[in-house]
Design a protein around this ligand. Sequence first.
Ligand SMILES: NC(=O)c1ccc[n+]([C@@H]2O[C@H](COP(=O)([O-])OP(=O)(O)OC[C@H]3O[C@@H](n4cnc5c(N)ncnc54)[C@H](OP(=O)(O)O)[C@@H]3O)[C@@H](O)[C@H]2O)c1
Length: 294
Amino acid sequence: MDASDKVCVITGASSGIGAEAALGLARAGFRVVMVCRDRRRGEVARARITRAVAGAQVDLRIADLSSLRQVRALAGDLNAAHRQIHVLVNNAGGYRTRPEISEDGFERTLAVNHLAHFLLTNLLLPVLRAAKARVITVSSRAHRRANIRRKPLEQIMKSVEAYSWVQAYGDSKLVNLLFSFELARREPDLTAVAMHPGVLATRIWNQNSDWLSFPLRFFKPFMERPAQGGERIVRLATAPEFANTSGKYFDRDREARAAADAYDEQLAAELWTLSEELTGLTSEGQTELGSCSS
Ligand SMILES: NC(=O)c1ccc[n+]([C@@H]2O[C@H](COP(=O)([O-])OP(=O)(O)OC[C@H]3O[C@@H](n4cnc5c(N)ncnc54)[C@H](OP(=O)(O)O)[C@@H]3O)[C@@H](O)[C@H]2O)c1
């Protein structure tokens, strides 16, 4: 993809894989829009890019993706600023070791890792379609630990009963795949792919405060560097060989087969309808929401 005059939006660009991908996409010539929740951390990540890449065009947008109100405001700003968005990287994410409910009443891991990106992508559809964009959703091999059939999806989205962060994270990463594959089916003009970026030494491992924190500290030096994950995103965003791979899953650099549940089209359709309801897309209408600017 020739990146001159092209716009890329990347969530979770203040740290880890997202920060590295933002740097790589700026090097590739994109105008990069970094979506960060913390202004100071975002400014530090932006300064790193502008120091490294002469003439880099890097915008910073602040949004806490655990809030659907802030996601709507972000989408409104992006729609007002750009007629086309050529690459959207749904990357921000992590897990909470303690159960938490978001301000909108959702289990917080699923709220950030899925609902925010579901809403953002839907609200940006007009400008994504206009660019025949690539939409890259960062999932994880941890999707194989998911068990989203254990109770109704709506309960999983809303409840923290018997909370386990391993379960919540795994569920959210399977949901990322179901979302990405359904997006590919619904939006033939887009290239929607999902990926596992590698096992990388990022801040995601610092969130642990339980029994896993010690072994994680031990293993971190043996993990791949965050830059390797960033490069994988940049390749998916730019390399011509990925132009016709919509609906696929990549494990690091290779196309891979995800867990069977990820290909369940009925489950994906159910998730899509529920996510529309929970994010308010059904009641308010996506075109109307997508063009709001506050
Ligand atoms: N590292 C791995 O081995 C690995 C493996 C598989 C998949 N992944 C996936 O890769 C993605 C990036 O993770 P990472 O490893 O780069 O971790 P990281 O260094 O912790 O980066 C996570 C990014 O997401 C942002 N973020 C988290 N919650 C947010 C919220 N509520 N609103 C807005 N931004 C938020 C963080 O912002 P702050 O800087 O403000 O915290 C940060 O920029 C995640 O989706 C993760 O599931 C990582």
